[in-house]
Ligand binder design. Structure first.
Ligand code: PGA
Length: 224
C-alpha cells in the first residue's frame, strides 16, 4: 500500500478547497483514476483544516481510495476542554490523522507526552496515525501504522532530502513491525520518481505541491 498525503496546513481557504476538489475529482472521474488507485493499492489522504473536514468528506464519500485526514487531534478525550477537537469528533469524517508535525512541535510546543496521548486517542477511535518524526531522537510509538520522516530543513524549503539520507534514516528509526515508511519535505513532480524507484518508501506527505490541484495531480500520476 502507498499513501499520498495532501497536507493543506493553514494555507488554503474553504473556497479554494472547493475549487481544488472540483478540479481534482473531475480529473479522477474522467481518467478512471479510482480503478488505477485500487489496482496499484494507492490511497490518497486529503488533510484539510478542521472546519472543512465535513465538506471534504462529503465530496469524497464515493471514492474508496480517496480518504480524509486531520492535521492533528486533541490529546484529550471528550469533555470540558474549550477549543479542542477530539478524536471522537474527527472520526466521523477522517480515517487518518497526522500527529507530531514539526510545525506543531515548533510553534505550538507540542510535547512527547501530548503526542503519546494523541496516538492513544486516535487508536482508541480507530483513526490511523501518521506520526511525523524529524530524526531518530523523536519517539516512535508502537501503535503507529505510518511513520513520516520529515527533516525540518526539507520542509517548505524546496530542498528535498537526498535519497541516501532518507534511506539511512529508515535504518536508524525503530519502525514498528508492518509500519509504513513515508517521506515528506519538498516532494514535487520532479523528485518523487527518484524516491519511488528505491522501492523502500511507502508514501509521501506533501505540503506545498498539494496546495494546487494541478501540481497534486502530477504526483498522483507518478504513483499510479
Ligand atoms: P512541503 O511540506 O511539501 O511544503 O515541504 C511537507 C510537510 O510539512 O508535511
Amino acid at each position: 500500500m502507498k499513501l499520498l498525503i495532501a497536507n493543506w496546513k493553514a494555507a488554503i481557504t474553504v473556497t479554494e478547497a472547493m475549487e481544488w476538489l472540483h478540479t481534482f475529482l473531475d480529473y479522477v472521474n474522467t481518467n478512471s483514476i479510482e480503478e488505477k488507485l485500487e489496482a496499484n493499492d494507492v490511497h490518497i489522504v486529503i488533510c484539510p483544516p478542521f472546519p472543512f473536514l465535513s465538506v471534504v468528506k462529503e465530496r469524497c464519500l464515493l471514492y474508496k481510495n480517496i480518504n480524509v485526514g486531520a492535521q492533528t487531534i486533541s490529546s484529550m478525550g471528550q469533555g470540558a476542554f474549550t477549543g479542542e477537537v477530539t478524536a471522537e469528533f474527527v472520526k466521523e469524517y477522517a480515517s487518518y490523522t497526522i500527529i507530531g508535525h514539526s510545525e506543531r512541535r515548533k510553534y505550538f510546543h507540542l510535547t512527547e507526552e501530548e503526542i503519546d496521548q494523541q496516538v492513544q486517542q486516535a487508536t482508541a477511535q480507530g483513526i490511523s496515525s501518521i506520526l511525523c518524526v524529524r530524526n531518530e531522537a523523536d519517539i516512535i510509538y508502537p501503535d503507529v501504522a505510518h511513520i513520516a520522516y520529515e527533516p525540518v530543513e526539507a520542509i517548505g524549503s524546496g530542498h528535498n532530502a537526498p535519497i541516501q539520507d532518507v534511506l539511512a534514516m529508515k535504518q536508524k528509526l525503530k519502525l514498528p513491525e508492518n509500519a509504513s515508511f513515508i517521506y515528506g519535505g519538498s516532494v514535487d513532480a520532479e523528485n518523487i520518481a527518484s524516491y519511488l524507484q528505491t522501492g523502500e518508501i511507502n508514501g509521501f506527505l506533501v505540503g506545498t505541491a498539494s496546495l494546487h490541484a494541478d501540481s497534486f495531480i502530477k504526483l498522483v500520476e507518478a504513483v499510479i
